[in-house]
Every structure is written in structure tokens, then in C-alpha cells.
Ligand binder design. Structure first.
Ligand code: SF4
Ligand code: SF4
Length: 304
């Protein structure tokens, strides 16, 4: 069994399903959405995050690094990514706290111990645990099966936040543990989907049909990205698909784009190619909400 990398464990989460939840972000995704606000979850390997503008050039990290991966350039630390093995030693020596490793391995028991600390909140709010990412179903399936079965034995509600890009035959045996799927539909045009996420949406839409036919509880999540999918035609096409394919939708969430993740692109030393995405206006979101209502959907929300 391979332990997956986890980038964050977010407690008291109110936007990842019903009630108060603990959300676990797995690292690695087969998609690469250009608007992603958690870009550190895209790669399957550990990464160094570095906030260069706060670096004082004190050289503590240089002295500490066992791989001689850091030099000083313009009074700031510069890391040679090929030499850096992401050991994390430098993060302990940086007094400015501007170095961080994204991705840590957790054993199943360690994860469950952390989840259990907030048991009382799940019980009081009908909450539970949400596995997110990255893409949960791209992780080691044996690990997931054991984690889900243990959480299920303890009576926790489990939600899975997924891109829908997975091999259905492999995940079928996990379905019995899962309470609700938070299922992304990004854009209906397959060429646009490929352009902005790296893959077309055929598999995603097919898997949604299969999940629905299996009787899964499904919340549809639509990230509304200004300049990509924020138009009436796309929303109508989405509503039509859900209706015609008889998808058993419990709730629809319209999730307006926000640019709070931009800082992370800098910290990963990555260019953010989607700088020109716009934040959709409220009246536009309300129009989209009306479209889904017209198609007969009842529980539609702006936000998670
Ligand atoms: S993570 Fe390890 S190898 Fe990379 S720069 Fe820091 S100390 Fe050096
Ligand atoms: S220890 Fe931190 S502040 Fe000092 S040079 Fe390294 S990154 Fe910059």
C-alpha cells in the first residue's frame, strides 16, 4: 500500500457538505485547471513553497541544507529544484517562516486520530469527513478502501469531493462507504474543457451517469469562472444534461471564482496563466440559479 501525500487537513469546514466537517486535501490530480485555487494539490510529489518577497537573505537555510540546493541571488534565497529533495530541513531553520513543504504522508491511524478529535462537532451538526484534493480517486485504492472502511465503521458521514475523472470499475467497491459525492461539472463544451483543464469531459459525464444509476447521493458543484463558463448557454447545457440523463441531483452549488489562490502560484514559483479570469457578478449568478430552477431543480445555492 502506498501512502498518499496530503497537503492540508482543514477543520471546522462548513462548505464541503452538510454540517461541520474535517476536509482532507490529497495531493495529485489528473486535471490541471488553470483557475485552480489550490495549485499545490495538482502534482503528486512534494513541492517547496517559498515566499521570496519576505526572505531577508539571512543564509540560515543555506547552512542547514544537506543537499547544497540553496544559493543567494539578489539578497534572496534561490533553490535549485533539481538538487532539492524536499527533505524540509530548511523550513525548520528559516526564522522568517517563508519556506514550506507541500505534501506529507499520514498513516491511516494517524489520520483517523486527527479526525476523531472533532467527533463532537460532527455529531452536533450532522457533519463528518470530506476527502478532497487534488483527486481523491487518483490515490492508492487500498489505502482509500481501508480509510473509508474504518471511518464508516466508526459511523462517520463521508463525502468525496471529486473531479469525476477516474476509472469507475476501480472505485465501485468504495461506493458503499460514501455518503455524498460533491461532483464537479466545469464546462460542458468538451474543447473548452480540454483547453482549461487538460482533459475533455467525456469520462467525467459518463461517470456521473454511472454514479447516479448506482443510487449515489450527488451534489453538483459548478465553479463559475468569468470568461470561461459564465454564460447562459453553458448553464442551460448543464441543466439540460442533468435533466435528460436523469441524474439524481440532491443539490447544485454555483461556486464563483475567487483569486485568493494567486499567492500560491508565486510561492510555487509558477506563472498563473489565468490572471485575466473575472469574478462573476451576483446578478449573473442569480440568472444561472434561475435557469436550474426552470429545469426543475430545487436545491440550488450560490456558494458551497
Ligand atoms: S527542502 Fe531540503 S534539500 Fe530542499 S532546499 Fe530545503 S533543506 Fe535543501
Ligand atoms: S532562512 Fe529564510 S529568510 Fe533566511 S535566506 Fe533562507 S529563506 Fe531567506
Amino acid at each position: 500500500m502506498n501512502f498518499p501525500l496530503i497537503t492540508a487537513i482543514q477543520k471546522y469546514s462548513l462548505h464541503d457538505g452538510r454540517g461541520i466537517r474535517t476536509t482532507i486535501f490529497f495531493k495529485g490530480c489528473p486535471l490541471a485547471c488553470v483557475w485552480c485555487h489550490n495549485p499545490e494539490t495538482q502534482k503528486f510529489t512534494k513541492q517547496l513553497l517559498f515566499q521570496s518577497e519576505l526572505c531577508t537573505g539571512c543564509r540560515s537555510c543555506i547552512k542547514a541544507c544537506p543537499s547544497s540546493a540553496i544559493t543567494i541571488n539578489d539578497d534572496r534565497a534561490k533553490t535549485n529544484d533539481l538538487k532539492c529533495n524536499k527533505c524540509g530541513v530548511c523550513t525548520e531553520y528559516c526564522l522568517m517562516n517563508v519556506r514550506e513543504i507541500a505534501g506529507r504522508y499520514y498513516s491511516i491511524d494517524e489520520l483517523i486520530e486527527i479526525i476523531e478529535r472533532d467527533k463532537i462537532f460532527y455529531e452536533q451538526s450532522n457533519g463528518g469527513v470530506t476527502l478532497s484534493g487534488g483527486e481523491v480517486f487518483s490515490q492508492d485504492i487500498k489505502y482509500l478502501e481501508e480509510l473509508l472502511s474504518k471511518l464508516s465503521d466508526k459511523g462517520y458521514s463521508i463525502n468525496i469531493d471529486t473531479s469525476g475523472y477516474f476509472q469507475f470499475s476501480i472505485i465501485r467497491r468504495l461506493l458503499r462507504y460514501i455518503d455524498t459525492f460533491l461532483y464537479d461539472i466545469k464546462v460542458m463544451d468538451k474543447d473548452l474543457h480540454k483547453r482549461y483543464t487538460g482533459v475533455d469531459n467525456y469520462l467525467i459525464l459518463e461517470n456521473l451517469k454511472l454514479l447516479s444509476a448506482e443510487g449515489a447521493s450527488i451534489w453538483i458543484r459548478i465553479p463559475v469562472i468569468g470568461g470561461v463558463n459564465d454564460n447562459l448557454a453553458n448553464m442551460e447545457q448543464t441543466a439540460k444534461f442533468l435533466l435528460e440523463e436523469n441524474i439524481a441531483v440532491q443539490e447544485i452549488n454555483l461556486l464563483p471564482y475567487h483569486n485568493t489562490g494567486l499567492g500560491k502560484y508565486n510561492r510555487l514559483q509558477r506563472e498563473h496563466v489565468g490572471m485575466d479570469f473575472t469574478i462573476p457578478e451576483t446578478n449573473k449568478l442569480e440568472q444561472f440559479l434561475e435557469i436550474f430552477k426552470q429545469y426543475g431543480f430545487e436545491h440550488i445555492k450560490i456558494g458551497g
